[in-house]
Design a protein. Structure first.
Length: 78
């Protein structure tokens, strides 16, 4: 199981905006470079991208959860 880790502290979001669906759902294919979420730092949103390909398993961090650098955000199957 591959993990997607936060590179910085902030608030993690599963969706690009509150009205839109999450970037990924369980079973979705993930390619290298796919955006899986956003981390907000001081009103700036940083895209979190997959560094490996696989199948999306689940978000580990809740939507809107404060995270630190190194927090596991999501998991993927190889």
């Amino acid at each position: 199981m591959a993990q997607i880790i936060s590179p910085l502290p902030g608030t993690f979001y599963h969706k690009p905006s509150p009205e839109e669906p999450a970037y990924k759902a369980a079973g979705d294919a993930v390619a290298v470079g796919d955006v899986i979420g956003l981390v907000e730092v001081m009103k700036t949103f940083i895209e979190i991208k997959a560094e490996a390909a696989g199948t999306f398993d689940a978000y580990v961090a809740d939507d809107g959860q404060p995270v630190t650098a190194g927090t596991v955000l999501a998991e993927m199957a190889d």
